[in-house]
Design a protein around this ligand. Structure first.
Ligand code: AQP
Length: 339
């Protein structure tokens, strides 16, 4: 029997800040777990980081991008099994992004929740950049350039992949069948790790930049990580009582524990029911710090070998370009820009 081709998966993380355990649980660890099953194309979305220019002004964005790339490797992504690349290294993203911006009705873009929420925190004097509005058109290009079968995302990103499907269908109707319509896969476990300082808000890179104690960074000093977990918001009770509704902060700590140790909620209940919050936090801290120690050790080895890191950046970009280049050419022909 002929071997079935692996399904192609495309996924990425925006370089809006330093990676945290939410990004690890919700995205990177799942890529690692699936890398033998799928053909993974994984990228660092640096062009998207410019959608809020105030957030990156004055920073060495390329250094942050390469930190994220090295962290993908340090977390266990195998560059022989997966294609890893940086978005701005592949100019086809920006080129197809323009075509998709022209294909997408403004009314679709204005409906995006992320535009509405992030637009509110943009600089009041200069207003919102057009890039924040057009972000989903570039994201559609990021995806459609590679003809993926599946795009796994957290619940909050679902709307952006749905608009990608709509943009692809609209392009195909206007210019002829060009793009494959990918399926959205919504991740379940650990899909939304919440802030340690505020368990009603999603742990996020940009909040972590201004709120110490909000997130655990993958490269945070280990004693700082432990302190942030020990200070995590729970509720005014003294311990875990599974017979009552658990506070969001307690549920969040349990989810983090389960994701880092591979245990189930039933196993957590057996371990923590009746335990004080001190014991819960201390066990969560041990589990997180055990994994961070491995990741940070591997990260140091990777970044110490600069030549090898540059080689992997080049190799990944070449592989990505070999798929994106012909697809862009096809889109140029479909629009009539090329014959
Ligand atoms: N708190 C989270 N829990 C679980 N998964 C998460 N992801 C992000 N935060 C959590 C997942 O990580 C990937 C990164 O996506 P992104 O950087 O493109 O967008 P994001 O979701 O907006 O990430 P952040 O960290 O919250 O950044 P900012 O502050 O820039 O908005 C996605 O797969 C996401 O689901």
């Amino acid at each position: 029997m002929a071997a079935q081709a692996k399904k192609r998966v495309l996924s990425g993380i925006t370089a809006t800040g330093r990676l945290h355990i939410g990004n690890y649980i919700g995205a990177i660890s799942q890529w690692v777990d699936n890398q033998a099953v799928y053909e993974n194309l994984l990228f660092v979305a640096d062009l998207h980081a410019l959608t809020i220019p105030q957030a990156v002004a004055g920073q060495d964005l390329r250094a942050r991008v390469e930190e994220i790339f090295a962290l993908y490797l340090a977390c266990g992504i195998d560059p022989e099994q997966s294609t890893l690349f940086v978005q701005s290294d592949i100019v086809e993203h920006a080129e197809l992004g323009w075509i998709m911006t022209c294909t997408t009705p403004v009314s679709w873009l204005e409906r995006m929740t992320q535009f509405k929420t992030k637009g509110k925190i943009a600089d009041v004097d200069t207003g919102v950049g057009a890039g924040l509005l057009c972000y989903p058109a570039l994201q559609a290009a990021d995806i459609l350039l590679y003809d993926p079968d599946l795009v796994p995302v957290g619940e909050d990103q679902k709307q952006h992949v749905e608009i990608t499907r709509d943009i692809a269908k609209r392009f195909n109707t206007l210019f002829g069948d060009t793009f494959k319509i990918p399926d959205v896969v919504i991740r379940q476990a650990g899909g939304r790790i919440m802030g340690l300082d505020d368990p009603t808000a999603k742990m996020s890179k940009s909040t972590a930049e201004r709120a110490p104690g909000h997130a655990i960074g993958l490269l945070d000093p280990l004693d700082k990580a432990r302190k942030s977990i020990m200070r995590a918001v729970t509720d005014s009770n003294s311990g875990v009582d599974f017979a009552t509704e658990l506070a969001p902060g307690v549920t969040n700590l349990l989810t983090i524990f389960e994701c880092f140790t591979g245990t189930s909620r039933d196993q957590s209940a057996a371990r923590f029911d009746g335990a004080g919050y001190g014991k819960l936090k201390s066990d969560v801290a041990d589990a997180v710090i055990g994994r961070l120690t491995e990741i940070q050790q591997r990260y140091r080895e990777i970044t110490d070998d600069r030549d090898q890191l540059n080689k992997l950046l080049t190799q990944g970009a070449e592989r990505a370009r070999s798929i994106a280049g012909p697809k862009l050419a096809q889109a140029y022909r479909a629009t009539g820009l090329r014959s």
